[in-house]
Design a protein. Structure first.
Length: 370
């Protein structure tokens, strides 16, 4: 096994080269993405592999239009678990002929069996691991609490493996006895399993059945758990167990929205329109991001009205079920997302506004800040 130093010796160079490409003009990035698409398809052809586009929201809808219309590969299928998306996104999928797959488990079954998807996928996975200790994950659990890695991680300290102090205080209590700390254990289960059962596994199984590998609409500028991976592995990656292309990896959000305008991409109504804000930057006038309903990833960073506020205005009975009744304690006490939001300090009980008579857009919110 190679040492940590051997495995990471070229990382700084790779990241620097990637960041240089991120600073290039929009026109360069579009041409660069086209080259990567052609390169990926050519290499997959040599390996007798098909390709498909994993389609969800605006980013990947733009990718589909880019590959079909700009690059000319209209035969590359779009594939999605569309039922998890907003109805306006589903309508665009229908319009574009996206192949629809079904999730393997329902949202309610996943939350009850595994736990709530909250904070971020990476953080939820760490909390889930702390809650399920084994001899094999002992070193990783120690790193999550302390930031100290073992031999495989080069015996480093203060690494990003450690949960932030804010979340350690609320979720690190599973390791109190082992680490000599005094953290809390949440009164609900946390899990990152949602995406696996509802999106990833259905799409992976379809891909294996059709001997196909995906194009993904990922951008390193969005941050999160995939940022470093994209920087180190680049747009096209051919690994032992993973093959994928992310042609937009070097794009910024501005690049993506400009490309959507240039390609006349149909924008689902949940996003509103693509306009310029008060600083001259492109933005969508309604939702900036979408995902599965009942996903709590990133909810602690949203300003109100947040996603659960909007659900309340659309359907209060459904909101009440998810906030107060979707789960049950061993003593029969019902609870839901409300308990989770209370625990992490996200307000939800009071009504923020009447969406029918006083809709707020991103531009309204920006203006209110001034």
């Amino acid at each position: 096994m190679k040492s940590y130093e051997e495995r990471t010796k070229d990382n700084e160079q790779k990241i620097a080269a990637f960041q240089t490409k991120q600073k290039m003009p929009y026109e360069f990035k579009v041409k660069y993405a086209e080259v990567r698409v052609r390169e990926f398809i050519r290499e997959c052809d040599k390996r007798n592999l098909n390709t498909h586009i994993s389609v969800g929201g605006l980013d990947s809808i733009t990718l589909l239009k880019f590959i079909h219309d700009y690059c000319g590969f209209s035969y590359v299928s779009g594939v999605s678990v569309s039922s998890l998306e907003d109805k306006s996104i589903q309508q665009i999928h229908e319009q574009l002929g996206v192949i629809k797959l079904s999730p393997y488990k329902s949202k309610i079954d996943i939350i009850r069996e595994y736990g709530f998807p909250v904070l971020s996928k990476e953080t939820a996975a760490k909390i889930e691991l702390l809650a399920h200790p084994t001899d094999k994950n002992k070193t990783v659990r120690h790193a999550i609490i302390t930031g100290e890695t073992g031999e495989y991680g080069g015996f480093r300290k203060h690494t990003r493996m450690q949960l932030s102090q804010r979340w350690l205080e609320l979720f690190g209590g599973y390791e109190n006895e082992n680490e000599g700390v005094d953290y809390k254990i949440p009164p609900f289960k946390v899990s990152s399993q949602c995406c696996f059962w509802m999106k990833e596994k259905p799409c992976d199984d379809w891909a294996k059945q059709h001997k196909s590998v995906p194009f993904l609409g990922l951008m390193a500028s969005e941050g999160g758990r995939r940022e470093k991976s994209l920087m180190l592995n680049g747009c096209n990656y051919f690994g032992k167990s993973t093959i994928r292309s992310a042609p937009f990896a070097i794009f910024t959000r501005q690049d993506l929205l400009q490309l959507a305008l240039d390609l006349n991409v149909p924008v689902p109504t949940i996003y509103g329109e693509i306009k310029r804000d008060f600083d001259g930057k492109l933005c969508t006038t309604k939702a900036q991001r979408t995902g599965c309903s009942m996903c709590g990833f990133g909810i602690h960073m949203e300003q109100r009205p947040h996603r659960f506020d909007r659900l309340r205005e659309r359907n209060e009975k459904e909101w009440d079920f998810w906030m107060n009744k979707c789960c049950e304690d061993s003593d029969g006490t019902k609870y839901g997302w409300g308990r989770v939001l209370d625990y992490i300090g996200v307000e939800w009980r009071d009504r923020v506004f009447d969406m029918k008579n006083n809709q707020l857009s991103l531009l309204d919110i920006e203006e209110a800040k001034e």
